[in-house]
Design a protein around this ligand. Structure first.
Ligand SMILES: Nc1ncnc2c1ncn2[C@@H]1O[C@H](COP(=O)(O)OP(=O)(O)OP(=O)(O)O)[C@@H](O)[C@H]1O
Ligand SMILES: [Mg+2]
Length: 404
């Protein structure tokens, strides 16, 4: 059981409840004020307060599905009950079945005594099924019964047992595609999808990067006793323009490393190591020559080369450059690149114009502040404490899987 249960202790949840109550914001621990995150948090808060028994949270790896699931429990009417966290991919199907549904004495050779399953242990609270897309098809059928009838049987049992659980399922897998490939039951998909909350990728909400990065810097500086608790404007711009394939987790790890290795009180560009910056095949070609380089010209040239190679296709060029489309548009405007040079048909100026200007204004604002960016230290400390609560349990059970 230890292998899959990451948290049955209510302590971390109690901290979340306390924090949410003090902040007068049910999802205060979920940082982000971009329109996408505000929408997601408002929907989560609405769902949390209802009697909904099934919720699906989708989003790429590192977008905060675990965090949101706990927060949702912490502000639901079930907050006094258990929060049971199960990683569906952590065990082979037969073991997961026994963990989830328990067994009667003598159900199989090793079943020396009756064992209560996690579904039963979550009675009155929340059962968080993480990596739901990985669940075996036969188990999916048993789970559907729990969702629809609120009943299940222990392995080897002959009576149906009733439970009162809210099932919060999370997945980074496209369940619709899994249904099409017959890897996921269609009936279960429709049952789960009634209330779906999608957590946007960090690159789709660049406006949240500043707040997250500042809070992480405060948090790690305090944790490691480091003076490096603020981020210089140039470093912040770099963070805001990175592609963040690993989402908030990658940003958090980047700041943690920077704080640990920083040489002064301000984290600057040189303290950041972003994915793609030092890849083995790119490193030799971007080694700094003795006489220095014209960085702006190098950037302009690389963007131009990518556009030319991709015949002006922004999506493809963005992929080559490790950027998103808006970031490429921003550079097209910044360097006044002639769209026609990018592709034979040209990249329509009106298409590039508005988002690029918006991006440019945003960057301009960041530059305009001209001083290291501070986060609210009290809030950073409280958020750090929240994570510490869950950390001990996760550390024990999910070693090597999560950085926490
Ligand atoms: N909006 C946020 N505010 C503060 N911290 C966040 C936020 N989103 C994610 N995090 C932090 O980033 C890390 C990764 O988040 P989490 O584990 O919840 O992601 P996930 O979507 O469950 O990832 P995976 O699919 O890999 O399991 C955690 O330390 C989490 O606390
Ligand atoms: Mg997760």
């Amino acid at each position: 059981m230890e292998a899959v249960v990451t948290e049955t202790n209510v302590d971390p949840i109690a901290r979340l409840i306390d924090f949410a109550d003090r902040e007068h914001d049910a999802f205060a621990c979920v940082v982000g004020s971009s329109p996408q995150m505000l929408r997601a948090k408002a929907l989560l808060a609405r769902i949390a307060s209802t009697r909904a028994s099934t919720v699906l949270i989708t989003g790429e790896s590192g977008t905060g599905k675990d965090l949101v699931a706990k927060a949702m429990h912490a502000c639901s009417q079930r907050r006094g009950g258990p929060f049971v966290n199960v990683t569906c991919s952590a065990l082979p199907a037969h073991l997961l079945e026994s963990e989830l549904f328990g067994h009667e004495r003598g159900a199989f050779t090793d079943a020396k005594a009756r064992k209560l399953g996690l579904v039963e242990q979550a009675d009155g609270g929340t059962l968080f099924l993480d990596e739901m897309g990985e669940m075996d098809l036969l188990l999916q059928a048993k789970l559907l019964r729990v969702l629809e009838d609120k009943t299940f049987r222990r392995i080897g049992g002959t009576v149906d047992l009733r439970v009162d659980v809210r099932v919060v399922a999370a997945t980074h897998v496209d369940l619709r595609a899994a249904v099409a490939e017959r890897r996921f039951r269609e009936d279960l998909y429709y049952r789960l999808a009634v209330l779906t909350v999608h957590l946007p990728a960090l690159r789709e909400r660049c406006g949240d990067i500043r707040e997250l990065a500042s809070l992480f810097a405060q948090r790690f500086a305090r944790e490691f006793g480091s003076p490096a608790r603020v981020i210089a404007p140039a470093a912040m711009r770099m963070l805001e323009h990175h592609a963040w394939r690993g989402n908030v987790r990658e940003l958090k790890n980047t700041i943690e490393r920077a704080v640990l290795l920083a040489r002064g009180p301000v984290l600057d560009v040189g303290d950041l190591e972003l994915e793609g910056m030092a890849s083995t095949d790119a490193a030799p070609s971007i080694r700094l020559p003795e006489r220095g380089i014209d960085l702006a010209e190098l950037e302009r040239s690389l963007v131009m080369q990518a556009l030319t190679r991709c015949h002006g296709n922004l999506t493809h060029a963005a992929r080559l450059l490790g950027l998103n489309r808006d970031q490429v548009r921003y550079r097209i405007e910044k360097f006044r690149l002639s769209p026609e040079r990018g592709r034979s048909g040209g990249c329509e100026p009106q298409m590039c114009d508005r988002p690029a200007r918006h991006e440019a204004e945003r960057v301009q604002q960041a530059v305009g502040r001209g001083h290291p960016l501070d986060a609210d230290p009290v809030r950073a400390r409280e958020l750090a404490d929240l994570e510490h609560g869950g950390q001990e349990h996760r550390g024990r059970d999910r070693a090597g899987r999560d950085e926490q």
